[in-house]
Design a protein. Sequence first.
Length: 393
Amino acid sequence: MDYKGEGTFDFDKPVNRINTASIKWDRRKLIFGTGDVLPMWVADMDFESPECIVDAIKKRAAHPVYGYSFMTDGYFDAFTGWVKRRHGWEINKDSVLFSPGIVTAINAAISAFSQPGDGVIVQSPVYFPFFNAIKNNNRKQLNNQLVYYGNTYKIDFDDLERKARDAKVLLLSSPHNPVSRCWTKKELEKIGDICLRNNVIIVSDEIHGDLILPGYKHTPTAMVSEDIANTTVTCMAPSKTFNVAGFFTSQIVIQNEKLRKKFEKAMESFHLVHGNIFGTVASEAGYKCGDKWLDELMIYIDNNFKLVDEFLKSELPQIKLTKPEATFLAWLDFSGTGLKGKALNEKIIKEAGLGLSPGIIFGKGGENFMRMNLGTQRYRVEKALAGLKKAFG
């Protein structure tokens, strides 16, 4: 396959993350029982962040006082400019709130918009902290399981309608982690209409919303209609986009003033309303000047997906790649191997030398799957495929 023409940024450049307190690399033995696996699990990338972010952080670090800080107008202007430029979404910066993370925001939203015992909808297989947020807040989990159809996923809208009657909140992963769906405007409209009819608040996790593969378009849920915007809490962040997850800085957009005040009260109860200096600086820099870097990154990621797809089809047809539309996360179907769950994970660790995310952690429907992080240098993707060939070939 010809990978030329990917651009001017060197995403092939090797980066050694060992001994940098990296969860992905430095906790391999703790998670997988051995430090020798190639880690392709935690959803951060192995690429250097954009140079403009690095430069902005260095400039701020040069000032030797790191006292209490606040999010500047420049920070909010950079974010609102980014979403308008990238997604065509015009928002007032007064509707943008800070959260140290989207999981934090999800917990706060569940607390703000429901009571103990109320139903919260998830669409499994899905990002597993959704389950923890429901359990930790003493809510009832309602599973609107996605339908695996061919090599992609669809929403069971009839089931969603039934579940919505007993729910107060829907946790929406958009684009979806781990199945890589980039929901269409029509699908989001159907979701929104169901939630409106049943007075369900949509908490839309759009952390992967900038990571869209060629040929697809991300539509922020709140853009679909004014009515849907008034029942939606939108969670965004630069963390996946620019590989700055360690700065714990997210933007929560709530256009409905009544909902926004409820959410703010929940966040204030835990004193989670102040940002940090470097998260603010990194966000502003990335949102101002990260367009070209991101565009070229997604071409590189797309080619990683194509490499995996072609290799599996020719060398390991019993393993299938779910059709990728967004994110840098490959959702691999191992049902053709006859293995699932713990047995599948152990074989991949011991025989393929890989540390992947087992599908079982993403809930019902994930038993036969593994999630592989392709946000890494191509030589590592090739090494991972060679490991799978050794184990399953």
